[in-house]
Write a protein that binds this ligand. Structure first.
Ligand code: URA
Length: 215
């Protein structure tokens, strides 16, 4: 089945180091400790791509040699928003890249019959509407919780939302991009499809269980 979506709002981070690390994560023999480390590293690499368009401004800096004009990020405020539970695994890598970022937590589920999003836990910075929100979750499967989280952030007045996942199913990408006309999606891989249990194929299994060793 071919799934069509707006490619212009999708970035696939296909750097060789990223692909190499992702393959180790997929391996069923990789244990929780290494898996957690790799989630953190890939989050940092992906955050690097997702912040590529941040504007810069000139500042004066004095080096040991002379005073010069150099660049700094121009007043961009960022919030990292992990979708509970597996998104927590990506927070440390993102904070290593953007130490001044605030972290908000979003726990969402979508009612399977009504398809209405329900929040069971949401705590975000008070000035969330002033921040670029980097929503993180390792797996984008059906897109249900990501769509609900993005809807919640829009309801709080957030203008710039970017979704960062490590592996995405085409169905999930389409669901997220169709539901929100402005969100951008970043992924390290677009996998084949979802199976009958809504697991990504080939995927890497349950990311939350592999991060937290709950299986
Ligand atoms: N969530 C996961 O952790 N893995 C999948 O394959 C799909 C959703």
């Amino acid at each position: 089945m071919s799934v069509e979506f707006d490619q212009s709002r999708l970035t696939v981070v296909d750097h060789p180091m990223v692909q190499h690390k992702l393959t180790i994560m997929r391996d069923v023999k990789t244990g929780s400790k290494q898996f957690r480390e790799l989630v953190k590293e890939l989050a940092l690499f992906e955050g690097y791509e997702a912040t590529r368009d941040f504007p810069l401004e000139d500042v004066e800096v004095t080096t040991p040699i002379c005073t010069t004009t150099a660049k700094q990020i121009a007043g961009r405020k960022v919030a990292i928003i992990p979708i509970l539970r597996a998104g927590l695994g990506m927070v440390d890598g993102m904070l290593e890249l953007i130490p001044a970022a605030r972290v908000g937590h979003v726990g969402m589920y979508r009612d399977e019959e009504t398809h209405e999003p329900h929040e069971y836990y949401c705590k975000v910075p008070a000035d969330i509407d002033q921040r670029t929100c980097l929503v993180v979750d390792p797996m984008l499967a059906t897109g249900g919780s990501a769509t609900a989280a993005i809807e919640y952030l829009r309801s709080q007045g957030v203008k710039d939302v970017r979704l960062l996942v490590l592996i995405a199913a085409p169905e999930g990408i389409k669901a997220v991009l169709d539901a929100d006309p402005d969100v951008r999606v970043y992924t390290c891989s677009v996998d084949e499809r979802l199976n009958e249990n809504a697991y990504i194929v080939p995927g890497l299994g349950d990311a939350g269980d592999r991060i937290f060793g709950t299986k």
